[in-house]
Design a protein around this ligand. Structure first.
Ligand code: ZN
Length: 624
């Protein structure tokens, strides 16, 4: 579990902190909706377990109780009894006898049904089953459809709703499909509907936030969202989405509602999530500086003149700090978010894209303490170099990649943008990464004040090549090849450079382990420039054969001996495979007459305290 810091909080005036406080309360309030969406037994199981965790008076040091604690922490982490990512039900490491006596000892009734759900591996084994040929609803434990609803029933129900409306609402998004009196019917999450009491409390916090909003546009967004929660009407939801999308003024922004559909095997129904963010002005200034100079970067790129854009505009990516994570974004969270999901809204109005800088930062801080670097980096001077510059260079690499890399260059007339087919994604990511690698070593970045000195880039070169050649292999199972486009692109760049480096960069064996050694960084930059020119040519001319050769030669297969070695070194570090975040506590400050005047932020709350407190303060009183 990691903590993230909200450094912008202290410089906000009290009015913005009040706004943030109300929005953060709204972001935490829908938590139980998500738990219930993930599986219909989750809330009952959580309450049962939490009672034991707080009240159990038996031996808390015994193996069973230790295993009980592990299980509860996993349930908290996954918002239910299924793995948050892999979706499989995890089984307890304690005995059923232990749980039975702990339930009785804490004065709770034995519920045989819950015991079966917890212990029997054949009961609800997967939250979301995607296996072809199965009835996906009958074999998935998620709670978006009543147990008696089959895939065929749901599919025909929703196919009947399809019309030729050019602006179709996202049918089914905020409802559970049930059989009522022999007929299929949607029960909607809204005021007066399913979880109506919880939704009313979200509305309560949103109303208070509305009064503290930074500007008229934000007030309008919140007011339409409240309308949507009141009515559950999906046309209103689209209206809210468009207003939210167009609302870019102000420092504070949020997401609150039924958003992503990964939890529904049919991809229709959205899990509830909430989060609040503050614009990171410093980081956003960085991306603005790059965008302002987009034409200089284009003109000086080491590619053929015919492939350059005459007029080049950078994209300003907004960098934000998360201030509160809730629902499906807590405790495991995305680090970049691009919304909305409605196709026609995206086509006509575009989308809002943010990078959550303080979460990325927390991840990289954690990586430092993991021992990964000490294990894989060749020597002390290189380690010092990485520790000094790598955070800064990583951020800058991402900015160059996103703000300039993807937008640079042009296709020759008549070239079909899709003609690289299955290799298109990898080639495009390769191009953007090479652009970033080439320019991170350019004195221009020091001149623009984005890097402190001309040596800093070496840290990015080392860590990038190390990742492409060795460390990213830890994410691939033994015997498998590289599949994912970003991973292919990193392997491609690093191995292509290695194959031509002639001593400038090589893999060496020390004490029986493989290390990366880089002796000539300027030569490496020349290779990056050469490859960028070639990859841009492939893209601009649509040279499918060359794309295929490059990707297949350098980006796919793995040397099995090296792979085995890397996996073995990684296993010995014994690292947690997934990470999540503990929220800060944003506390209200009231005046003597009970008016909210300000808010404060604190970070020290332990994981279990936070979970138990959320269980008390945001517990839904709706029946289920
Ligand atoms: Zn990219």
């Amino acid at each position: 579990m990691l903590r993230y810091r909200v450094s912008a909080f202290s410089s906000l005036p009290p009015a913005q902190r009040r706004y943030l406080y109300y929005l953060s309360q709204a972001a935490l309030t829908g938590r139980d909706i998500l738990w219930d969406q993930n599986c219909r037994y989750n809330l009952r199981i959580r309450r049962l377990l939490e009672r034991i965790y707080t009240d159990y008076e038996g031996d808390r040091t015994c193996h069973d109780f230790q295993q009980f604690t592990v299980y509860l922490k996993r349930v908290w982490f996954s918002n239910g009894i299924h793995h948050h990512y892999g979706c499989e039900k995890f089984l307890p490491g304690f005995s059923e006898e232990f749980l039975r006596q702990a339930i009785e000892q804490t004065g709770q009734p034995i519920d045989e049904e819950l015991l079966r759900v917890i212990f029997d591996p054949t009961v609800l084994p997967k939250r979301v089953n995607q296996a072809q040929g199965d009835d996906l609803l009958q074999t998935s434990a998620c709670n978006y459809y009543a147990p008696e609803v089959t895939q065929e029933m749901a599919e025909s129900f929703y196919s009947r709703q399809k019309t030729d409306d050019p602006r179709p609402p996202m049918y089914g998004l905020n409802s559970r499909l049930e059989v009522v009196g022999g007929r299929l019917e949607e029960r909607v999450w809204r005021s007066g509907g399913m979880y109506g009491e919880t939704i009313d409390r979200i509305i309560h916090w949103l109303r208070l936030a509305e009064a503290e909003a930074e500007n008229e546009a934000q007030r309008e967004v919140i007011s339409t969202l409240v309308d949507f929660y009141r009515t559950g009407d999906l046309k209103t939801f689209d209206r809210y989405t468009i207003q939210w999308l167009q609302c870019t003024e102000g420092d504070i922004d949020f997401v609150n509602g039924f958003t992503e559909v990964y939890g529904d095997p049919l991809g229709l129904k959205a899990s509830w999530e909430g989060y609040v963010n503050i614009k990171d002005k410093e980081a956003t200034r960085r991306t603005e500086t790059l965008s302002r100079n987009a034409q200089w970067f284009e003109d000086n790129s080491p590619i053929d003149q015919r492939f350059k854009k005459r007029e080049c505009h950078g994209v300003t990516a907004k960098v934000v700090e998360a201030a509160m994570l809730g629902g499906d974004l807590y405790p495991s969270s995305a680090i970049g978010i691009n919304l909305p999901n409605s196709n026609w809204v995206r086509q006509q109005y575009g989308s809002k894209s943010v990078t959550i800088g303080n979460l990325t930062h927390a991840y990289s801080e954690a990586a430092k303490g993991s021992g990964m670097r000490e294990e894989f980096v060749i020597d002390k001077p290189t380690l010092d170099l990485l520790n000094q510059y790598d955070d800064l260079c990583d951020d800058l690499h991402t900015d160059l990649h996103e703000c300039l890399g993807h937008g640079s260059g042009q296709l020759l007339k008549g070239v079909d943008p899709d003609c690289l087919k299955a290799y298109g994604n990898t080639i495009e990511e390769t191009r953007a990464d090479l652009f970033a690698l080439y320019y991170i070593a350019d004195p221009k970045l020091v001149e623009l004040g984005l890097l402190p000195d001309p040596e800093a880039y070496k840290s990015q070169y080392y860590s990038y090549m190390l990742n492409g050649l060795l460390t990213q292999l830890v994410r691939i199972d033994e015997g498998k090849q590289i599949e994912e486009a970003h991973m292919r692109n990193r392997a491609l760049i690093a191995r292509w450079c290695l194959s031509r480096a002639e001593g400038a960069m090589r893999l060496v064996t020390l004490r029986g382990k493989t290390y990366l050694k880089i002796d000539d960084y300027p030569r490496l930059r020349q290779l990056v420039a050469e490859l960028l020119a070639e990859v841009q040519r492939i893209k601009s001319e649509g040279d499918y054969g060359a794309a295929r050769r490059l990707v297949e030669t350098y980006g796919v297969s793995i040397d099995p001996t090296l792979h085995k070695e890397v996996l073995e070194r990684y296993r010995r570090l014994d690292l947690a495979p997934y990470k999540g975040f503990i929220n800060p506590v944003i506390k209200p400050v009231f005046s003597a007459d009970g008016k909210l005047v300000d808010a404060t932020i604190e970070y020290g709350e332990p994981y279990d305290h936070q979970m138990l407190r959320y269980g008390r303060e945001y517990s839904s009183r709706d029946s289920h």
